[in-house]
Design a protein around this ligand. Structure first.
Ligand code: CP
Ligand code: NVA
Length: 305
């Protein structure tokens, strides 16, 4: 962030104290909203949202979040823009910077996000790439702390595919100082650079092939779809993932009050059973709600409100 522009590209790109400040602000904003207080610190500000992939939560929570803060949004899809007719991402960044106050982008390659960031003169927020999903982890950490107190020192297990959400979970484990157990099938490992960054920045990460071992006595079990958007080419096949399904038998190995977490959308009967996702330990809809509160705090930080 040498330019001084407050981009929110990854948890590794924002300091731990800043991330903690954003989360504290998110909790405070949620409390004020529930108490019926309204303020419009982003009055007159416009957020452009670019979607190269589908979305329900990210799209609606950023839109509603901006409105609650007094700002406005413009919804763009890559194919409807000149981006879809080969205008460069760099030129797009320069043009949008002349019109709007911030850009949120959900896209394919992480390089597209970084190119947008390098060429924009306004804050850019990562709304998911093939590599990471930092806004999701802000909501997830907020949700864990809401239910179980400070996340530092707790143990979280990831079971399933080594995907973008796991990459951000690895970064979150270092930034927020919780232990992370990871069980993924052979061929679905997360990228080494995310493991190296987490372990090189104070994270404690344990890898195993055994989902049973990964969840033993943990405070929370996290999973996600077995095939991410646009990742069909690296799909491992459902038979490989079947042992990694989060079901009641697996949940029983964690602490009795262990949280079940999933960024959604869920593929019921695949990575999680109905009994678990609809069960008493599931906080998936709190996670979805907290996307709104956490992202409002991210927006306020990016825009200095
Ligand atoms: N969890 C999440 O990012 O959901 P959407 O794909 O619906 O935005
Ligand atoms: N890993 C999933 C997350 C969806 C919110 C995907 O990228 O499709």
């Amino acid at each position: 962030m040498t330019s001084g522009i407050r981009h929110f590209t990854d948890l590794s790109a924002v300091s731990d104290t800043t991330l903690r400040g954003i989360l504290d602000d998110a909790v405070a904003r949620k409390g004020r909203l529930k108490a019926g207080e309204r303020s419009r610190p982003l009055e007159g500000k416009v957020l452009a949202m670019i979607f190269d992939k589908p979305s329900t939560r990210t799209r609606v929570s950023f839109d509603v979040g901006m409105r609650q803060l007094g700002g406005e949004t413009i919804m763009l899809t890559g194919t409807e823009m000149q981006l879809g007719r080969s205008e460069t991402i760099a030129d797009t960044a320069k043009v949008l910077s002349r019109y709007v106050d911030a850009i949120m982008i959900r896209t394919t390659s992480h390089e597209r996000l970084l190119e947008l960031t390098e060429n924009a003169t306004i804050p850019v927020i990562n709304g998911l790439t093939d590599d990471t999903h930092p806004c999701q982890l802000m909501a997830d950490v907020m949700t864990i702390e809401e239910h179980r107190g400070p996340v530092a020192g707790k143990t979280v297990a990831w079971v399933g595919d080594g995907n973008n959400v796991l990459h951000s979970l690895l970064e979150a484990s270092a930034r927020f100082r919780f232990n992370l157990n990871v069980a993924v099938p052979e061929g679905s490992e997360p990228e080494q650079k995310y493991i190296d960054w987490a372990t090189g920045n104070g994270g404690t990460v344990n890898f195993t092939r055994s989902p049973e071992q990964a969840v033993e006595g943990v405070d929370a079990i996290v999973t996600d779809c077995w095939v991410s958007m646009g990742q069909e080419h690296r799909a491992r096949g459902h038979n490989i993932f079947q042992p990694y399904q989060v079901n009641e038998a697996l949940m029983k190995r964690a602490k009795p009050d262990a949280l079940f977490m999933h960024c959604l959308p869920a593929h019921r009967g695949e990575e999680v059973t109905d009994e678990v996702i609809d069960g008493p330990n599931s906080v998936v809809f709190d996670e979805a709600e907290n996307r709104l509160h956490a992202q409002k705090a991210v927006l306020a930080w990016c825009l200095g409100a």
